[in-house]
Design a protein around this ligand. Structure first.
Ligand SMILES: Cc1ncc(COP(=O)(O)OP(=O)(O)O)c(N)n1
Ligand SMILES: Cc1nc(C(=O)O)sc1CCOP(=O)(O)O
Ligand SMILES: [Mg+2]
Length: 419
């Protein structure tokens, strides 16, 4: 797992001392759900054993949100807990020791405060650097302030993800605009707040604009935004049985990833049913629209994610294998209709999701630049095609594609697991 500049946007660093009795793991979950893009476990009063224990508990939470998770200082804890990496400063283990211990794939972030340290981090190939303290901070008593001039000198020397740290909060972070840093790392601005969710959400929105992370998102609906696959399976079965088909044992498996035109061809050519795409579409849309209007549940966290992206200024569209009327009914019921600028379906695009041209066509029609566009998708062939089209892909776990999950994650840029 390697680091991008975008990962640096809002880097959350833990510190239990700020929590005032609030539950550590619950607060971390809230912070990730509200948009933190990177997480560091930094617990100066914990023993090695306690750090490993905490890291093991945080790891699945960070995985669910697809957020890189590193440990401060303790390279052996990073190894034992098998987290994504470590952050080391000048008085910690050396980069060489950390790399040797953790291997080539783990993230190693370094603190940089002088031109010599910057040159060293570049030469060694650090995955990102942290620079500070840009403002005075009471979180780290021994942190020396870094002047703006020195910050500019350091960022000019480096071509790698850079995060600023030290005393940064919602009101003063504008100071970092056009300084060459890619984001902010904060402890107290998030964890000292009585409402970590709200503090993170506000910082996420502000830093998105500050660091110019314009985002376009092409969202799949079934299996990604909503847990509708079981409903589709039932209606596919219902229709085939109604038309007198004898179903093979693996009917669900075969039809589970089909769009309606593929399903029609399958019924006609393989099961010998005298039907047409029009008849199937009409019947399926009828059955499914009743469910979209009433009981198909949103996947956990998805409404929050969509609202967060919309409020942060992302441009969102749906690209679905369902009918436009179904998409409209669902988005209205979930009260997120206004978050989407457009609805595209494989039928009006005229190309299925296995073909990368379908995603390119949607991006073009929506006025989205391929390099700024993310695709949220749950099925392997969609993930593969979107990736091959040059789009960034966030894979969303769906139990129907569980067998493909490892392959999906090997292709996608980010993987999230919703409940
Ligand atoms: C993102 C980030 N940047 C800098 C630091 C500081 O690391 P270090 O200099 O090792 O000081 P301690 O945090 O260990 O006190 C950091 N932790 N994270
Ligand atoms: C962990 C850390 N490193 C710093 C550095 O200058 O390297 S300042 C710092 C503490 C940041 O905490 P807060 O966001 O509460 O100011
Ligand atoms: Mg350190």
């Amino acid at each position: 797992m390697k680091v991008t500049r975008e990962d640096m946007q809002l880097y959350a660093v833990t510190d239990t001392q700020w929590l005032n009795g609030r539950d550590f793991y619950e607060e971390i979950e809230k912070v990730l759900a509200a948009g933190a893009t990177f997480l560091q476990l930094r617990e100066k009063d914990s023993t090695h054993e306690e750090i490993v224990k905490k890291a093991l508990a945080i790891k699945p939470i960070a995985r669910r949100y697809g957020v890189p998770f590193v440990i401060d200082d303790d390279i052996y804890a990073a190894l034992e807990a098998d987290v994504d990496g470590v952050h080391i400063g000048q008085s910690d283990a050396s980069y060489e020791t950390a790399r040797e211990l953790l291997g080539p794939d783990k993230i190693i972030g370094m603190t940089v405060k002088t031109p010599e340290q910057a040159a060293n981090a570049a030469r060694l190939g650090a995955d990102y650097v942290g620079m500070g303290a840009v403002f005075h901070t009471s979180t780290k008593k021994d942190a020396k302030d870094l002047s703006r001039d020195n910050l500019l000198k350091l960022t000019a020397m480096l071509d790698m993800p850079i995060v600023a740290i030290g005393g940064i909060n919602y009101d003063n972070c504008d100071y970092l605009k056009d300084t060459g840093v890619d984001g902010i790392a904060v402890v107290s601005a998030i964890f000292a707040s009585d409402d970590c969710s709200e503090a993170t959400r506000k910082l996420y929105k502000k830093t998105r604009k500050l660091f110019n992370y314009n985002k376009n998102i092409i969202f799949d609906m079934d299996g990604t935004l909503v847990d509708s696959m079981p409903f589709w399976k039932n209606s596919a079965r219902e229709y085939a049985i109604l038309r007198g088909a004898k179903l093979p044992k693996n009917f669900d498996e075969i039809t589970g990833v089909m769009d309606l035109s593929e399903y029609a061809a399958y019924l006609q050519n393989v099961l010998g049913i005298d039907t047409s795409l029009e008849q199937i579409t009409e019947a399926a849309v009828d059955i499914m629209n009743k469910h979209y209007a009433s009981d198909i549940p949103a996947k956990k966290g998805m409404i929050k994610l969509i609202r967060r992206e919309y409020e942060a200024g992302s441009k969102l569209v749906i690209f679905s294998a369902s009918d436009t009327s179904s998409v409209e009914i669902l988005l209205k019921r979930l009260e997120i209709y206004e978050c989407f600028e457009g609805i595209y379906t494989v039928y009006d695009v005229g190309i299925g999701k296995s073909d990368k041209e379908s995603y390119k066509k949607v991006a073009r029609s929506a006025g989205m630049d391929i390099s700024d566009t993310w695709v949220y998708e749950d099925i392997l062939r969609g993930v593969r095609a979107a990736h091959n089209a040059g789009l960034k892909v966030c894979a969303v776990y769906d139990k129907d594609s569980a067998d493909d999950w490892d392959e999906i994650c090997s292709i996608a840029d980010k993987c999230i697991i919703t409940g």
